[in-house]
Design a protein. Sequence first.
Length: 336
Amino acid sequence: MKKTSYKELGLVNTKAMFAKAVKGGYAIPAFNFNTMEQMQAIVQAAVETKSPVIMQVSKGARKYANPTILRYMAQGAVEYAKELGCKKPQIVLHLDHGDSFETCKSCIDSGFSSVMIDGSSLPYDENVKLTKKVVAYAHKQKDYVTVEAELGVLAGVEDEVQAEESHYTKPEEVIDFVSKTGCDSLAISIGTSHGAYKFKPEQCTRDPKTGKLIPPPLAFDVLKAIEKKLPGFPIVLHGSSSVPQDEVDTINKFGGKLPDAVGIPEEQLRKAAKSAVCKINIDSDSRLAMTAAVRQHFAEHPEHFDPRQYLTPARDNMKKMYVHKIMKVLGSNDKL
Ligand code: 13P
């Protein structure tokens, strides 16, 4: 694939976007995507709410969609945003959970404007070494590519990223890590986790009326301690889907089986977005919105077999969710 700079695709990096978000007390949405419908819904929502947006892909998504197609999808996203009336869209194409220098390099060379190198499962010194190497490559590009790093381990499953045990980020390590690596933002672990089952029932209490799980609160004391060590430095929250119970109920009503699926309450994300947390990652909520709409559609229209018939409500439902997150949770609307 020919080496391409993200600027040729009309994309931006996260640098100015994050600085503004930290100052303004809001967070930029980082929505994962694999399909055209997700991409269209993300762009529609961002344009409608006048929000900057990060479209992110994991290594698994890149494999699923094909790296070449993805690059043109990102370029298409920018052009589509303009067509929808946004004069200067601020769209980032970001690699989520890059697992090696080679993956990050390949993404940078193919037009990503931002990459994450996730060395969080490595011993501290190895995480520093790997992150530093990616940062050196990303920052020496003609157009500066931003790098997200991670300290602390999140539980849960996401594509190829899996961890049984989580441990919180140690605030005493963050200054050393950021200054040694030169990363542009830092993903931390304060109790969020990947997927639609963020907490085991034994970690939660149960609502006596609805029988639904009530998750434990995030470790805001850890976040506060990190902010104190790194004033104004951009912090990232992974695993931040709320797992909306109406979508879970729709899925279960129409033949699905997601018992005790539980996420991070939006109230806590609202609170995080007002702090130095300036990027909030949401993937599972989009999967749930899509699946709920498709399941309901098939149950109500068993005679349908044209993908457009069931993917149109799926796309609309995802867009509704994205707009809600932007306007009612992260507060990134009207920030272009
Ligand atoms: P969720 O599974 O909570 O959507 O998290 C997504 C994520 O953190 C992507 O990196």
